[in-house]
Design a protein. Sequence first.
Length: 152
Amino acid sequence: MLQGIVSVLLAIATGCGIALTGLVALAAIMRYVFHAPFAFTEELVGLLFSALVFLALPYVTLNRKHIHVTLLSDLLPAQVRRVTGLLGDLLVVVFCIWFGTYAWQFAEFSFELGARTDLAGITLWPWMGFMVLACGLMGVCSLCLLRRHRGR
């Protein structure tokens, strides 16, 4: 079930990337061909990029698709590598709790203020909610990975 949820979020992230690319291309055409740029594209592209990153994080966490720098860990014995892997997953859980708490407070404050972007007036709290969602799911994914390690 978790794999399905993170896969759906990855598909949405992909859609954000496609929309982002289309907006950048359209903005360039409008600016240089028609000399009439859209005022909102920079704000929307920034929000789409943020959504893309945060929506993709749970998938890459669960499937261990992050970039790994193994220069030092490859030199360690297998048992020590296993422990460092467990510690890494635990660190992700701690980070998700810490960052997720701040992201929640940030989104909640934005909601209370009714914060919007300057030019387009796009409501910001739903976009900030992606940070909270990503942290929660990344934490759950890391806990699942920890449980998998324990079963070995």
